[in-house]
Design a protein around this ligand. Structure first.
Ligand code: GTP
Length: 216
């Protein structure tokens, strides 16, 4: 039986790429993992699945966007990932007037599951529901599928709630959690949502990358 979203393979996807990268000390998007930037790796992964492209979502000028559109946050001031989610919803309404939902993923997770957007879409059972990814008993709400119908609620909440914690916003809505399995590698199970915030995380990511590349 088809779920609420009829075509789960045709979901707009927006890459959250604003923020401060304060723990990395420089824009994470251009941090090198192997010989490629995180941005290049994630763009290639998105293209592999032919996800419906894609706007980068940030409020700074970028030297290279890998051919993606740069959509500024509507509310300036680097208010956090939900400011990016809000801009993603608003941009989706303009670009894809028939889309009910938009998927987001962060710029700092290069091993995300290729079936992310359709799996989240399959979990949606009603018009105003959010779906978020989880792995190894942890939620990863920046990997989310957001109904554009709640943009006005998010817009109001984000300027009134000083802490702007994602989990506080989620508590206002019906949320479906979708569990993704760890990826078995020769050096152990890799969390597909492993994310890179610091130079030390980059070193760890190099090990996971080597392990993945050693697999047939
Ligand atoms: N568009 C947009 N994206 C954001 C914003 N803040 C964070 N993000 C994105 O949300 C994801 C998670 O961000 P964090 O790692 O929590 O924050 P960060 O600002 O990138 O990094 P830190 O300064 O080290 O905390 C990343 O993909 C960020 O690019 C924002 O204000 N606007």
């Amino acid at each position: 039986m088809p779920g609420f979203i009829a075509n789960t393979e045709d979901i707009p996807v927006v890459l959250l790429a604003g923020g401060r990268s304060s723990r990395m000390g420089a824009n994470k998007a251009f941090s090198l993992l192997g010989e490629e930037s995180l941005l290049a790796r994630i763009a290639a992964r998105i293209a592999q699945r032919q996800m419906k492209p894609i706007a980068l979502n940030a409020d700074t000028d970028w030297p290279d966007t890998m051919g993606m559109d740069l959509v500024p946050d509507r509310i300036p001031g680097k208010l956090g990932p939900l400011a990016g989610v809000l801009a993603a919803m608003q941009d989706t309404t303009l670009r894809y007037p028939h889309a009910s939902h938009v998927a987001t993923l962060p710029i700092d997770s290069p091993f995300f599951p290729l079936d992310l957007a359709p799996r989240l879409a399959q979990a949606i059972e009603g018009p105003n529901e959010i779906a978020i990814a989880a792995s190894l008993s942890q939620d990863h709400p920046v990997f989310g599928l957001w109904p554009v119908s709640i943009a006005a609620d998010l817009g109001t909440w984000i300027v009134s709630d000083e802490k702007r914690r994602v989990r506080d916003f989620l508590a206002r809505h019906q949320v479906r959690r979708v569990d993704f399995a760890a990826v078995e590698t020769p050096i152990g199970p890799l969390d597909p949502f492993f994310n890179i915030n610091t130079p030390a995380d980059l070193i760890e990511a190099e090990k996971w990358l080597a392990a993945l590349e050693s697999m047939p």
